[in-house]
Ligand binder design. Sequence first.
Ligand SMILES: Nc1ncnc2c1ncn2[C@@H]1O[C@H](COP(=O)(O)OP(=O)(O)OP(=O)(O)O)[C@@H](O)[C@H]1O
Ligand SMILES: [Mg+2]
Length: 599
Amino acid sequence: MINLLKELFLILNKKERKSFLIIQLLIVVMALLEMVSIMSIGPFLSLITNKSDGLNNSLIMYFYEITHSESWNDFILKCGLIILSLFFTSMAISIVTTWKMSTFGSKLGANIGTRLYNHYLHSNWNFHLLHSNSYLSKQIATESTRLSHAVIAPILQVNSKLIILLILFLAVFIKNPIGAILFVLVFLSIYFFIFKMSKNILSTNGRRVTTIMEERFKLLNDGFGIIKEIILLGCQSKFIKDFQVNGENLAKAQAENQAISLIPKYIIEFFAYSGIIIYSLYLFNLSSTESGVDLANLIVYIFLGFKALPNIQQLYGNISVVKGNISSFYSISKDLKESQNKMLCDTSQDEKKVTGSFNIICFDSVNYRYPNKDKFAINKLSLRFERNKTYGIVGHSGSGKSTLIDLILGLIIPDDGIITMNNQRHDVKGSHDWMKRIGLVQQDIKLINATLAENIALGHSFDEINMERLNDVIKLSNLNDMIDNHDDGINMIVGERGINLSGGQKQRISIARALYNDPEILVFDEATSALDGLSEKKIMASINKISKSKTIIMVAHRLKTVENCDMIYMLEHGFLVDSGTFKTLQKNNNKFSKMVENS
Ligand SMILES: Nc1ncnc2c1ncn2[C@@H]1O[C@H](COP(=O)(O)OP(=O)(O)OP(=O)(O)O)[C@@H](O)[C@H]1O
Ligand SMILES: [Mg+2]
């Protein structure tokens, strides 16, 4: 538990640690006040029932004097009011503390979610190649909430319960040490017995919940992601069945853990009530044989017992909830630590920017292998892309064209070899500067569920959009007709993943998006494949128009698209097998001329 607390503390930021400590302090005050107010009832009842004892007690007489009481009745009334105000203050502090604890837990959950989101959005492409969207969504949507609500909040409660129980123990210990120790021993052994029996089930179920949650997100993503195919194939039942099995497994794991944390309540309750009765009888016998029943003391013990009982139950419940959900902490702690380290590195190093306007990109013997693959996708690649020239990249499917584009973009880093821009090496720290010089139009366009304008000027809110620039790129990418024919114009909502648009329209938006930031280099990866002949012609005319002031790199299966390129690079199994203009390749390279014939 101590180690866990230390580790948990490490993932909190400065402000969160401060709040954590303040809440702990409030919990101590809350427990102390609760105790003092409860402990004051016994002596108060004694005062009412036993005036002569009170008059003989020097401490009570001292209080009598400092309260300036005019009579015994006046003193009793004042004592009653003081005790009432103690109860009131205790209630107020308890409310504030509980409020603060809940807010802290919820805020922490939200903060952890934001930190993870920030970390994942700032992670490089390689990270995203290795982690699925379902995994990342699960980390943010469920694990961070589990950590804050089912680990950190119960830990805070555990501490508050421990403090209250410790004070209750001390109060009983002062009056009756043997009884107090017996009480603790009985409860500790029951508690340890139950916890030992159930702790493995709790942890196993906790880990199962983590895995089931990831599977759940995967099923949701898959189901809604390919809904069109599911409707067409009518295979809903397979997905529903998998989801149902997943839900049943989740319910089973959660129910088991919940039952394990609740059922011992009844066992503990039984022992606690029995303990109170036995202890009352013990007091009763003791008092009757010695100096008579001290009714006030007995009431205090029962009071203390009633106070201790729910605290013991909650203490056990909280510990089992923490045990059952601690897997969420282990699941995200690595990512949280990495995000903290990244923040430290980010402030400790300067970004190495590429200087000067774009002149040339050079590849020198570059090798690249995907993290989960044995074979290299790019092999000993040496080539160059010069300012204001147009390049074509051709090759069969799987020859490494898109991988080469990702290397140019700086999305992935070569395993060997060097890539430079303006003779300056690509530096991960300066990636942003490198990337913003390049605009990408992809085969597979990703659109957000927002207006057309926001999709083109991606990353800018509507008010920040440069309307002049927006209109220019709309014209260049041939989007005017679509916008003119729509009532909402540039405010039209494209729908989730561009569901309200045709394939060609989506591709034109992608082109407009790449042009909006006015990059020095434009990369088209199968960008015109979804366009009809006329639209492609119009777009190619636009590309040719801008090609005089930009470097263009085009990947195309339809070889006509790269006909006018200054240089064409031909790839095979990740190797550069030939290069030259369209005409020279067509003349000298059999494979190329066959590709031209078949395209
Ligand atoms: N994310 C990935 N993880 C692992 N391997 C990958 C990944 N993306 C591509 N590959 C592999 O790398 C090789 C090159 O793929 P790439 O996508 O670059 O081909 P391509 O020439 O663009 O093909 P296409 O014309 O079909 O788009 C292929 O063998 C492919 O299986
Ligand atoms: Mg490709």
